[in-house]
Design a protein around this ligand. Structure first.
Ligand SMILES: [Ca+2]
Length: 75
């Protein structure tokens, strides 16, 4: 893993973070339907429920990957 891996991982982390943020934003402002009130648009939950239920693991893995890539780039 080198510099490219670090850039890609940070990009993915920002992208996912943006999607998680937008899910909360769109449901709180009422622009997306969220009948079960878990701050995830119900239309996304149908197909991407795993993406939200796995949020902790996904961000943890990305964090570890970024840490590992960063250590490789610096070291
Ligand atoms: Ca919902």
């Amino acid at each position: 893993m080198g510099y490219e891996a670090l850039v890609v991982l940070i990009f993915i982390a920002c992208l996912f973070g943006g999607v998680y943020w937008y899910a909360g934003y769109s449901t709180k402002t009422g622009s997306a339907v969220d009948e079960n009130q878990n701050f995830i648009p119900d239309s996304w939950e149908k197909n991407f429920g795993w993406f939200f239920s796995g949020k902790g693991i996904i961000m943890l893995v990305l964090g570890i990957g970024i840490g590992y890539a960063l250590a490789n780039v610096i070291g």
